[in-house]
Design a protein around this ligand. Structure first.
Ligand code: F6P
Length: 377
């Protein structure tokens, strides 16, 4: 029987994580649950993701204080309104052969007396969760989070809505200064290899051109689209570009060659490259802005607070059902769960044929009608 649950947040932070932690805690420690099921659960927060689980020395009081914190209804009371993760996060990968600490995690789970673990994370954190479950027999469940919204098996990942709102608000701000100076602004947004943030953020913000990683673009064509708009009398324009977008025939642009412990390089710089090329091609005064980590910051939107709540409750349901190796999910308007394997097997990317119009470099305008009736290919 499960008595002690551990909870951790791994990978890039985002809004909505604290709500999920709060609702894992509140649901697990609900006195009604104890009364009706006889299960008295305790919840322990592990600090800084997998790093905490590796670093903690359970027999050492100071180390326990540093890495593990007991959570209860009162301690998490106000957490859902706050951005980031109060437990802290890291990009530590216990299965990176350079450190090889998968076994250490299992030993510490045992010494801490954790009967089940809730891992809140994206592709990387959940791939560790999957290996702990599948290869090392640990009782793990996952909660999906990432502003990139690129996990399979779920239509929503925590942090996405807040990030979309940030993009919309920031572009609204840029719009006034762009208009005052007749300038073109290129706004680079996050998303790694998935174009969701750029596509939906760009549409919500009313960008004229949206460039995504799933469709390599032609700079001359972007310039022509913008030129046509000026000729039609529009004084300024906004281009939203995903950090992972590529110019046709070229590679992605990275900030450096350094890789993290999951083997990822940090994307960044395509906005600046494009901005310079567009100024040369169009003659319009052009500026670029990189929204960067601002997209992950700030208080969670109503949707992220709610989704954190519902995902947190569902994670405890999975534990009570002893249905391990699964990730809670939201699909087709329903809360459900999928296997961790399915969640990490492949990235969920923008389908160009379905969501993106490669002629306009923007979202599709066909919804219920076939594309051809609207002159889209
Ligand atoms: O995966 C979330 C994300 O914000 C990506 O969109 C971005 O490429 C990456 O993390 C940035 O990572 P870091 O916080 O390590 O710079």
């Amino acid at each position: 029987m499960v008595r002690r649950i551990g909870v951790l947040t791994g990978g890039g932070d985002c809004a909505g994580l604290n709500s999920a932690i709060k609702w894992v805690t509140k649901t697990a420690t609900d006195p009604n649950l104890a009364y009706h099921s006889g299960q008295q659960l305790e919840v322990y927060g592990v600090r800084e993701g997998w790093r905490g689980l590796i670093e903690v020395a359970p027999s050492d009081t100071d180390s326990m204080k540093k890495w593990i914190t007991r959570l209860d209804e009162l301690s998490v009371r106000t957490w859902d309104r706050q951005g980031g993760t109060i437990l802290g996060s890291s990009r530590t990968n216990p299965f990176n052969p350079k450190i090889d600490k998968g076994g250490q995690c299992v030993e510490n789970i045992k010494s801490l007396g954790l009967d089940a673990l809730v891992a809140i994370g994206g592709e990387d954190t959940l791939s560790v969760a999957y290996r702990l479950y599948h290869d090392l027999g640990q009782k793990v469940v996952g909660i999906p989070k990432t502003i990139d919204r690129d996990l399979s098996g779920t239509d929503y990942t925590l942090g996405y809505d807040t990030a979309l709102n940030v993009i919309t608000e920031e572009v609204d701000r840029l719009r006034t200064t762009a208009g005052s100076h007749n300038r073109l602004f290129v706004v680079e947004v996050m998303g790694r290899h998935a174009g969701w943030l750029a596509l939906e953020g760009g549409q919500a913000a009313g960008a004229h051109v949206i460039l995504i990683p799933e469709y390599a673009f032609d700079v001359e064509k972007v310039a022509a689209l913008l030129d046509k708009r000026r000729q039609a009398g529009v004084r300024y324009d906004i281009v939203v570009i995903s950090e992972g977008a590529k110019i046709k025939g070229q590679e992605e642009v990275y900030l450096s060659d350094k890789v993290d412990s999951f083997g990822h390089k940090v994307l960044g710089g395509i906005g600046e490259t494009l901005s310079k090329r567009l100024e040369e091609l169009t003659g319009f005064e052009t500026r670029h802005v990189v929204l960067s980590h601002i997209q992950r910051g700030g208080n969670p939107s109503a949707r992220d607070r709610l989704m954190g709540r519902y995902f947190g409750i569902a994670a405890v349901d999975l534990i009570l059902e002893e249905d391990f190796g699964r990730m809670v999910a939201y699909r087709d308007g329903q809360f459900t769960s999928v296997s961790l394997k399915q969640a990490i097997e492949r990235l969920s990317l923008v389908e160009v044929g379905k969501h993106y119009d490669p002629d306009r470099y923007n979202g599709r305008r066909s919804s219920l009608l076939p594309f051809s009736r609207r002159g889209e290919r």
